[in-house]
Design a protein around this ligand. Structure first.
Ligand code: ARG
Length: 368
């Protein structure tokens, strides 16, 4: 049992970053993370994505190690990058940033891999104390900056915004991760729309999938997915009013885009986890003595409704008005006493009622 899980886990969390590091560091303690190449044979790429503009995802962070693509991240606070814990520490909990001979850098809002965007002033990395490198639970961590970024931040979906990560919602994953199996990473930021799935969508992962700290998103039939190198990057959702929220962090997967194995994302927006992250942000603000103006910042959103909710509600209000109008028309017809007129008015009211109930269902689905 134990062995099966260990082996499958090795395949599963095999990440480009370990491979990258092995080539970079002089004496990599990370070598244990490097699975034999043959194990990666099943992996592919952000499979099925399209080119994106960094300006559409200004809070998207690219982390490089010695100039090479390493991981993604997301600016959640002017002085804090949220990324995957497995991008920051090895399986023993040793920080990659402590390796000699490897220099890490971070950039916000890049469109192309090698240039542009805003260089962020890396200070120190810290992972969630509950991160378990064996199980990849609580797979998130923070990089504080020495000076504030000017790029805008992305807020975590809040406890009153649960509708944003309900199964069936469409989210977007972005990153510079691999584009082909064992091959090249993206040179232009990739974006891919993926549906949020119910936990059952990741049932084939068995006990590897832990629902309290992991979120399943993608396609059960495979073909489209995030991939190695995308780790740490955002899974975000559009909301009404041009808003966007963060609901997940690219974490692990069994290969990439394999049928039956959608992507596993760190579930950072559950009320328990977002509260935890907010608390950790508070700690970092004082631990690293952020300048005034950069403390007491809320990284959790509130009040955002899923994209399309407002429009669906507007349609429903119109349908209600129409229904009321036709109710009055029936009454009026009755007063004038002509039977055929009453009948016609009633029929029209029936149609309006039908539309009213239909758009109510649609609005409920769109908003909650
Ligand atoms: N662990 C990988 C990384 O460090 C990301 C894997 C995501 N895999 C997936 N099939 N969605 O980049």
């Amino acid at each position: 049992m134990e062995k099966v899980l260990k082996t499958s886990k090795k395949v599963m969390v095999l990440c480009a970053l370990a491979l990258t590091l092995a080539g970079l560091a002089t004496a990599p303690p990370a070598s244990a993370r490097v699975a034999p190449v043959s194990e990666s044979a099943a992996t592919a790429s952000v499979v099925g994505g399209t080119n994106a503009r960094g300006s559409h995802y200004p809070w998207q962070v690219l982390i490089t190690a010695n100039g090479k693509e390493f991981c993604g991240g997301v600016l959640i606070h002017p002085m804090i990058i949220l990324t995957a814990a497995h991008c920051l520490v090895d399986e023993k909990g040793n920080y990659y940033e402590d390796l000699s001979g490897v220099s890490f850098r971070a950039f916000a809002g890049r469109t192309s891999l090698g240039s542009g965007g805003e260089a962020l002033d890396w200070n120190v990395a810290r992972v969630d104390p509950a991160y378990d490198p064996d199980r990849e639970t609580h797979d998130w961590g923070f990089i504080t900056l020495k000076s504030a970024a000017s790029a805008p931040t992305l807020k975590l979906a809040g406890p009153d915004e649960r509708a944003l990560w309900k199964p069936g919602r469409t989210a977007t994953v972005t990153g510079f991760g691999k584009l082909s199996d064992g091959g090249k990473g993206a040179t232009v930021l990739q974006q891919l729309r993926v549906p949020v799935l119910a936990n059952s969508g990741c049932s084939r992962y068995g006990s590897i999938f832990r629902k309290s700290t992991m979120l399943c998103a993608g396609y059960r039939r495979g073909g489209k997915d995030s991939c190695q190198g995308d780790s740490g990057g955002p899974l975000s959702v559009a909301a009404d009013g041009g808003q966007r929220r963060l609901i997940g962090i690219v974490s692990v997967g069994n290969g990439c885009a394999m049928a039956g194995f959608p992507g596993i994302y760190a579930r950072i927006a559950s009320p328990a986890n977002s509260a935890r992250i907010q608390m950790e942000v508070r700690n970092l603000e004082s631990l690293d003595s952020f300048p005034s103006g950069y403390t007491g910042i809320s990284v959790i959103g509130s009040g955002a409704r899923p994209l399309g909710c407002a429009a669906a509600m507007r349609r429903h209000r119109q349908d209600r008005q129409l229904m009321e109008k036709r109710k009055r028309a029936v009454k009026a017809a009755r007063r004038y006493g002509k039977r055929s007129r009453v009948k016609a008015a009633k029929w029209r009211l029936g149609v309006a009622k039908h539309r009213f109930f239909e758009s109510r269902t649609t609005a409920n689905r769109a908003c909650s």
